[in-house]
Write a protein that binds this ligand. Structure first.
Ligand code: NAP
Length: 308
């Protein structure tokens, strides 16, 4: 079985940037796509904050360009997801359904994070058409619009407050009667005249055929169901880093994010991490790309130090 210099797990912005750099370093990386090829950018519509595209670019188009760029320098792609990883000795061993075991000297983990969703069919269908999980990415498109934000933690309050820059009104819909968010952020939100709250309320359906036009809401104490006219829904009920495969093998934060030190190094020498699986703070395409570049350079130097 051949042993790869570098295997990259994940085909979002971080993984693809790592692939561009590793390929240009002549390391012939193998990139394993993962469950959601293209990562979160693949689920976005217009991206207006990625430098170099003054007119903006569609998320899936940006990802496709990155794929082509990485392929041009010799990246190989494998469609599929790793179902097991053994990082206890080198070469590291990955199992990919339908492709057996893959051995590698270094591994770049760029498995991303998935926004938690409410789990409604209508929410999934209208994602990118008024339903969003990223206020920084999509807030600009809601100038003068009426928005609901689902959640009661720091993310919901932060996103809701940010969205008041654009929206005419932001209503935070929370399933309980008190917020989980930090006191200081709560106070700021309570003072903001553009923010309203709906307590003890669940969003049971997002309404609209091609775009969000409203939401059906149920009061969880009285059972009363009402429909509210809205232009957008931001789901901010947390993110889950896709790191389950590495539990017990890599040092993880309590929340599941991979701990990195000195750039992209993880607790296992030869394993590097990039993008949202190790970043709970910035979570932007451009920061994911930057950390993917760091991981590839760190992997290259690691191999060099070993005499490869
Ligand atoms: P979080 O603290 O886990 O809060 C998630 C919120 O969503 C909770 O209010 C929860 O309700 C609600 N929720 C969860 N699942 C739901 C569902 N299925 N339906 C309806 N509501 C649901 O997540 P987060 O706000 O993303 O924060 C994650 C971490 O990042 C936290 O440690 C936070 O402090 C940190 N963070 C910090 C900042 C900052 O300091 N600027 C900003 C963002 C995030 P319940 O309250 O009922 O559980």
């Amino acid at each position: 079985m051949t042993e790869r210099h570098v295997v990259i797990l994940g085909s979002g912005c971080a993984g693809l940037t790592a692939a561009v750099y590793a390929a240009r370093a002549n390391l012939r990386p193998l990139l394993i796509d993962g469950h959601e090829a293209g990562g979160q950018l693949g689920l976005t519509t217009d991206v207006e904050n990625f430098p170099g595209f003054p007119e903006g670019i569609l998320g899936p188009e940006l990802i496709e360009k990155m794929r082509q760029q990485a392929a041009r320098f010799g990246t190989e792609y494998l469609a599929g997801a790793a179902t097991a990883a053994d990082l206890s000795r080198r070469p590291f061993r990955l199992t990919v359904a339908g492709h057996g075991e893959i051995l590698c000297r270094t591994l770049i983990v760029a498995t991303g994070a998935s926004a938690r969703m409410l789990g409604l069919e209508s929410e999934r269908r209208l994602l990118g058409h008024g339903v969003s999980t990223c206020a920084t990415c999509d807030g600009f498109f809601f100038k003068g619009k009426e928005i609901l934000v689902a959640g009661g933690g720091d993310s919901a309050i932060e996103e809701g407050t940010f969205l008041t820059k654009f929206a005419s009104r932001v209503t935070i819909v929370h399933r309980r009667d008190s917020l989980r968010a930090s006191k200081i952020m709560q106070d700021r939100a309570f003072k903001n005249p553009k923010i309203a709250f709906l307590w003890d309320t669940a969003i049971v359906e997002v309404l609209g055929k091609d775009r969000v036009e409203g939401a059906r809401l149920r009061h969880l104490k009285t059972g009363e169901v009402v429909e509210k006219k809205i232009d957008g829904l931001f789901v901010a009920i947390g993110h889950t880093p896709n790191t389950r495969l590495f539990e017990g093998q890599l040092e993880l934060e309590k929340t599941g994010y991979i701990v990195t030190r000195e750039g992209s190094r993880t607790s296992v020498p030869g394993v590097f991490a990039a993008g949202d699986c190790q970043d709970r703070v910035y979570r932007q395409a451009v920061t994911a790309a930057g950390s993917g570049c760091m991981a590839a350079i760190d992997a290259e130097r690691f191999l060099e130090a070993e005499g490869h």
